[in-house]
Design a protein around this ligand. Structure first.
Ligand SMILES: [Zn+2]
Length: 67
């Protein structure tokens, strides 16, 4: 057993201990008002700039129901 390259100890711990982040929260979901397709909202991209992959309609933020 040679200790060559054994870096078990002394590794910088990464403090990101978030496991299982459900989409509910900042970001959310964009929904197509035309066909109802939902896609996960991309950070930095407003829903109304995202086009539906199904029908090409500009999507809206989920929760906002167009009357
Ligand atoms: Zn659509």
């Amino acid at each position: 057993m040679r200790g060559l390259g054994n870096r078990s100890s002394g590794g910088g711990g990464k403090g990101m201990g978030r496991g299982g982040g459900a989409g509910a929260g900042p970001g959310g979901v964009c929904v197509c008002p035309q066909c109802g397709t939902k896609v996960p909202h991309q950070p930095g991209v407003p829903c109304f700039q995202v086009k539906c992959p199904q029908c090409g309609t500009n999507m809206v933020r989920e929760g906002i129901t167009p009357s």
